[in-house]
Design a protein around this ligand. Structure first.
Ligand SMILES: [Zn+2]
Length: 363
């Protein structure tokens, strides 16, 4: 059911949505700035992280010109400028740990004050290209969780691929839109009115996400087949691609970095049968061991999705620590295979104040 406001009210409410959004952002940024410049935020974060750790979750670090071309969602991208500022704050205000130190703290049941761990999910090529030099410069350790079936293949996640296809579809003629709408069971026509076509394409992808994994694979293949027959469609994988194993080995050989597992196919484990879950956990660990010489003992769940049974299977597969995407801190005594994190992206942490407010879980 859709709520329809009386005409007068609707007009009033929708009169200045961009202005209202700008004002909200401005007020939030100003307040965070005041909190930062007076030192209040730093003190508050220190009190929040007394004996607890903030695990920061990143995905991609892309310069603005590449960020404008990616089909990854805004929620997983930061620019190198923002990332450098954030890592400076981590170095100056927090106590960044290596994953080995973090694991020891969990075993001993004691975190130093203001403990922090920087994590990267997926294994995008930009982690090595743009994040690594900044992490080295700021002397901040990090762990990178690899979705092993994608590393060094030239393939990318179905979300980025489909988002690109839908974006092309939205710019195409009605016949292409109709074919894509039918095969994917989404309504491209309804998205046409949205001025930001990339955002519209990503919204449609969110609808497809709800389908079972096998149905998604079939739908993406169908969409690819439709577009293969249409002139002008070209693949964007130069921006949306993964690192290769040489990159992973370079990360692994640097003492401040570690490689963890993000499973193989990046399918949420909650969508798989128990035997498939075990296969994802074992096969990704074995592949990383084969390519780097060390079997990983940490992992992050694809999409963050986990259950008590999956956490137990993860422990049994030899992963000492496993991270979800549930927001919050890690305290000693937390279930080691269900650890919380804090997602950081460009819009949530563009200034030192907003970044610290994010870590304080204030927004
Ligand atoms: Zn992921």
């Amino acid at each position: 059911m859709r709520f329809t406001a009386p005409p007068g009210k609707a007009l009033h409410r929708n009169e200045h949505p961009p202005l209202k959004t700008h004002l909200k952002k401005l007020i939030k940024a100003s307040l965070a700035g005041v909190g930062y410049s007076t030192g209040l935020l730093q003190r508050y974060v220190a009190s929040r992280l007394s004996g607890r750790a903030a695990v920061l979750m990143y995905h991609r670090v892309l310069p603005a010109e590449l960020a404008a071309r990616t089909f990854s969602t805004d929620g997983i991208v930061v620019t190198p400028e923002a990332f450098r500022m954030q890592m400076r704050v981590v170095r100056e205000q927090l106590n960044p740990l290596t994953i080995t130190q973090f694991a020891r703290c969990m075993r001993e049941g004691l975190f130093p004050d203001r403990a922090c761990l920087v994590t990267f999910d997926d294994g995008w090529y930009d982690n090595r290209e743009y994040a690594l030099p900044i992490l080295r410069e700021m002397q901040v350790p990090a762990v990178v969780f690899l979705a092993t079936d994608y590393v060094g293949t030239g393939e990318c996640f179905w979300q980025e691929r489909l988002s690109q296809m839908l974006h092309f579809g939205l710019e195409s003629d009605p016949e292409v839109r109709r074919s894509l709408s039918e095969s994917l069971q989404v309504d491209l026509e309804s998205a046409l009115g949205t001025p930001d076509r990339r955002a519209a394409a990503r919204k449609l992808v969110d609808q497809v996400k709800r389908l079972p994994a096998a149905r998604i694979r079939a739908a993406v293949d169908q969409a690819a087949a439709i577009l293969a027959r249409v002139g002008g469609y070209s693949d964007n994988r130069s921006v949306d691609r993964f690192m290769d194993w040489t990159d992973a080995q370079a990360l692994h050989s640097d003492a401040t970095f570690a490689i963890g597992s993000h499973c193989c196919t990046h399918t949420p484990l909650t969508k798989l049968e128990p035997a498939e879950v075990v296969n994802e956990l074992d096969r990704s660990g074995a592949r990383i061991a084969q390519m780097t010489g060390s079997r990983p003992v940490t992992m992050a769940y694809p999409n963050g999705d986990c259950s008590t049974a999956i956490a137990a299977a993860t422990r049994d597969a030899g992963y000492e620590l496993a991270f979800t995407t549930e927001r919050g801190y890690v305290a000693p005594g937390d279930a080691p295979q269900q650890l919380r994190r804090i997602n950081v992206h460009e819009h949530s942490a563009a200034t030192p104040g907003l970044f610290l407010a994010r870590i304080a879980l204030l927004h």
